[in-house]
Design a binder for this molecule. Structure first.
Ligand SMILES: *[C@@H]1O[C@H](CO)[C@@H](O)[C@H](O)[C@H]1NC(C)=O
Ligand SMILES: *[C@@H]1O[C@H](CO)[C@@H](O)[C@H](O)[C@H]1NC(C)=O
Ligand SMILES: [Zn+2]
Length: 416
């Protein structure tokens, strides 16, 4: 029997009881797909076995990370055996790791030893805005679909700096992204070494720690593995949410996106249908001087990648691909040198999978930002979305080192 936890949540003044989704004894399997038959077989079993994909193989020879409820595991394993799949179990009990992400005792101040809620992150933004008024300029791009403010900070030590723009946690369940980018903000305010001081003082950083505020709140309160926004666009009312990283207005719905509201990669009813995206692009258009942003980063997990355009085709590369790769190598080499963590870099379509309507593609093709990336943080799928809180500081330190290397490489080729 599943133990149900009832929470009473005050949501905009409405008291509602919310049942928290649990994953007791759910397993995550890493399954390699070697031929088309195996591919078709898995697809056909998706709903009958309640398969949920954490990461999907898009090419033969690659592996998918698939989560299954306990009651289907036996059937699934015998299916895998009969059809000669190569597989292993990566996570034995997803709920155990979700529980490990919840602090036994909440500390509301930020020490990067636990995952924080949106309210706690915003309370911390209030603190730094008050403590460093000459360096931190707060901004809000607007409200989310459900009315939560979407806040960011501009960190600037002096006028005339080139800028880097970072949006993080556009996918709700990727908690490591906001956890580490807030640490990076702290580093910029109190640099712990000269290299970080340099990139703090000589670059302006626009950072939105949680872009998908509704989804993030939902992932804390109800469904830890929620990915999308909370837009209600399905006429049947059954399926909720847009994949915000498919909702940008460039080659919207061309490839690697879905028009069905129930899909995890549902692109939304129209480009920029979701206020999170329309207001992000309006903010970049109207509130940041044209040409100021030299690097655009969309921060995600997991897989350890630095991904550049193009997402929509593996057959062509953008004009600035050599520059993109030079700077990605700078990021990747710097953190490997210091921490031994490997990040793979290349275009999305050639390195991971095809995608269109994503932030980095829009940044490049519409806004002419020459260096646009999706960065996928740790890990390579051992724990995926349920990294323990002990990993926040190590991941944040390597991200910081990566940014130092990224800026150095961008300077070498006069991007900054
Ligand atoms: C699985 O492998 C065995 C032995 O290599 C082979 O006899 C069998 O036909 C294969 N089954 C499928 C479904 O490919
Ligand atoms: C933002 O600017 C681009 C051109 O730079 C334009 O194509 C786009 O429609 C604008 N979007 C918004 C929301 O203002
Ligand atoms: Zn993501």
């Amino acid at each position: 029997m599943l133990a149900k936890i009832l929470l009473v949540v005050g949501l905009f003044g409405l008291a509602r009881s919310v049942e928290q989704v649990r994953y007791d004894n759910y397993k995550v399997y890493n399954v390699r797909i070697d031929d088309l038959e195996q591919f078709k077989l898995l697809n056909s079993q998706e709903s009958s076995l309640k398969l949920s994909s954490w990461r999907e193989a898009r090419h033969l020879g690659e592996s998918s990370d698939l989560m299954l409820p306990p009651e289907y595991q036996e059937t699934f394993e015998s299916l895998l055996a009969t059809h000669n799949f190569t597989y292993r179990i990566k996570i034995d009990n997803v709920q155990m790791h979700i529980d490990a992400q919840k602090p036994k005792q909440r500390i509301t101040s930020m020490e990067w030893t636990q995952y924080h809620t949106l309210d706690e992150i915003y309370a911390w933004l209030d603190v730094i805005e008050e403590r460093y008024p000459d360096i931190v300029t707060p901004f809000t791009i607007g409200d989310s679909y459900e009315g939560r403010p979407i806040r960011g900070v501009k960190i600037s030590y002096k006028e005339g700096n080139p800028a880097v723009f970072i949006e993080s946690n556009i996918h709700a369940r990727e908690w490591i992204t906001s956890a580490t980018i807030t640490y990076f903000i702290d580093e910029l305010l109190v640099p712990r070494n000269p290299a970080v001081r340099d990139i703090a003082q000589n670059v302006d950083w626009y950072i939105i720690p949680v872009l998908n505020t509704d989804g993030f709140a939902y992932s804390h309160i109800v469904e830890r593995l929620w990915r999308k926004s909370r837009l209600q666009s399905d006429p049947t009312g059954r399926c909720i949410g847009t994949d915000l990283n498919r909702n940008f207005d460039y080659l919207w719905m061309l490839i690697g996106a879905d028009s069905h509201p129930c899909s995890e990669i549902y692109a939304g009813p129209s480009p920029e249908s979701d206020p999170e995206i329309s207001q992000l692009t309006a903010y970049i258009n109207n509130s940041i001087p044209e040409g100021a942003i030299k690097i655009y980063i969309s921060l995600h997990s997991y897989g350890q990648y630095v991904l550049s355009p193009w997402g929509h085709t593996a057959l062509e590369f953008p004009e600035h691909y050599p520059q993109m790769m030079h700077v990605a190598k700078g990021f990747s080499d710097a953190l490997y040198r210091r921490y031994g963590t490997e990040f793979t870099y290349g275009s999305s379509a050639t390195t991971l999978y095809e995608v269109s309507g994503s932030g980095k593609e829009w940044a490049y093709a519409v806004k002419n930002i020459k260096i646009p990336y999706t960065i996928e943080l740790r890990d390579k799928g051992e724990l995926g979305f349920v990294l323990p809180p002990e990993d926040i500081i190590p991941v944040a330190r390597e991200l910081t080192e990566g940014f130092v290397g990224m800026i150095a490489a961008a300077r070498e080729i006069d991007i900054l």
